[in-house]
Design a protein around this ligand. Structure first.
Ligand code: PMP
Length: 396
């Protein structure tokens, strides 16, 4: 009798199943008990990025964010490359690479003083990265920079020279020309030269472009960006066009800048916009960091298919629209990108862009947050005259 119910007499398959399930059950119970007793061990496994020993190593791999509101309206899949997620400013990667390349080439030593002219974010990246690497630096800025940016720059302890805002054609006072001149006079001077140093666009060719490409597994139909030096749009456009010549590259531009004209007509400015006609102001726009009236070695190499001009009112409306609908607070040079994108959507008759239809993956860049422009762009005085109340009020 005992023999009959012994294990060897049980059918083999149910027996193996029973043993397997018992073992699996035991493993999971033990794991559960271990996680309850030592919760930190589980946390450790969740850490994706290993610890970094230098903030410089974190100047890469920014997120790509799907923008719900405008994707819904246009039918495109709109993604924003959040360069504002870099540690200091969207210019971090470019400045880090310029300085590290100069170090490698023996152009910097412990006594070097780094010079740069900047109306945008570059100045802060230069100042803080110089400080981290132990260099002194002098930043020359035009006097129409936002107070937020000037105050931030002051915290680095760098030398700041504020000069009057005037065009590049003004050899004496223009902030870019002054930075170059001062660096040449100083025996220890090193000039970053963001407009003419090709390391600028090469950074975006080697890093930002490939990052976007990988993030979307190569499926990019269109890239849109504003430009200051043009480093970002040039590097990314060169990379994306090499991968897919049908990918459309669109430049967004502001009033008073000649870049739009250059793309449309092949010349930098119309008669009315010529620099000699500008007595007081550089641009007829309060948006900082973008727009230009001279060709430089970075923008010169961009491969651009189409351009849209955006007014300050349109950009201001878009900043508020995206803030209200998506909870994202972008600065002016990013908001113009979204207006240009919307204008491209309206531009149905245009052969250059009408291949961009429903379901297309359209990528743009966020350069910085609206917080930096609270006093200027989001100032009640500037908002008052805004006649754009709905997205439909934006016209081609
Ligand atoms: N937005 C802001 C706020 C900037 O400071 C800059 C750089 N001056 C840009 C956009 C444009 O970047 P890029 O120089 O690569 O064209």
């Amino acid at each position: 009798m005992l023999n009959k119910i012994s294990l060897s007499n049980l059918p083999l398959i149910p027996l193996i199943s029973l043993i397997t399930f018992t073992i699996i059950g035991l493993i999971y119970s033990l794991k559960f008990i271990k996680n309850q007793l030592f919760p930190n061990k589980k946390l450790k496994k969740q850490i994706i990025n290993p610890p970094s020993d230098s903030i410089l190593s974190l100047m890469k791999n920014t997120p790509l964010l799907y923008i719900k509101s405008l994707s819904k309206i246009t039918g495109y899949n709109i993604y924003a490359k959040l360069e504002n997620y870099l540690p200091f400013t969207s210019k971090d990667r470019m400045i880090k690479n310029i300085i590290l390349t100069a170090e490698k080439n023996g152009k910097l030593n412990k006594d070097s003083i780094i010079y740069e002219g900047s109306s945008g974010n570059t100045g802060y990246s230069v100042a803080i990265i110089s400080k981290i690497l132990g260099y002194k630096c002098t930043i020359i800025i035009p006097d129409d920079c936002s107070n937020e940016k000037i105050n931030l720059l002051k915290t680095t302890g760098c030398k700041i020279i504020i000069t009057k805002q005037c065009p590049f054609s003004n050899f004496k006072d223009n902030y870019i020309r002054l930075a170059k001149k001062l660096s040449e006079k100083d025996p220890n001077g090193f000039y970053i030269n963001q407009f003419f140093n090709k390391e600028n666009y090469l950074t975006h060719y080697k890093e930002t472009g490939p990052e976007i490409y990988n993030q979307l597994k190569g499926k990019i139909d269109c890239f849109i960006s504003s430009a200051g030096t043009g480093g970002t749009i040039t590097g990314i456009s060169k990379f994306l066009k090499e991968k897919n010549p049908n990918c459309k590259i669109i430049l967004s531009d502001i009033n008073g800048s000649g870049m739009y004209n250059f793309i449309k007509e092949g010349v930098m400015f119309t008669k009315e916009e010529s620099e000699s006609n500008r007595k007081k102001e550089r641009y007829y726009s309060i948006i900082e960091g973008i727009g230009n009236n001279f060709l430089n070695d970075n923008f010169n190499e961009a491969i651009i298919d189409e351009s849209y001009k955006v007014s300050d009112n349109e950009a201001l409306f878009m900043s508020k629209f995206i803030y209200e609908n998506d909870g994202l607070f972008f600065g002016g040079s990013s908001s113009v990108n979204f207006v240009a994108l919307y204008k491209m959507f309206l531009d149905k008759e245009n052969n250059v862009v009408n291949s961009i239809t429903k379901g297309a993956n359209v990528v743009t860049v966020v350069y910085d947050s609206g917080i930096k422009y609270m006093s200027k762009l989001f100032n009640e005085e500037n908002i008052k005259g805004n006649d754009i109340k709905n997205i439909e009020d934006i016209k081609l």
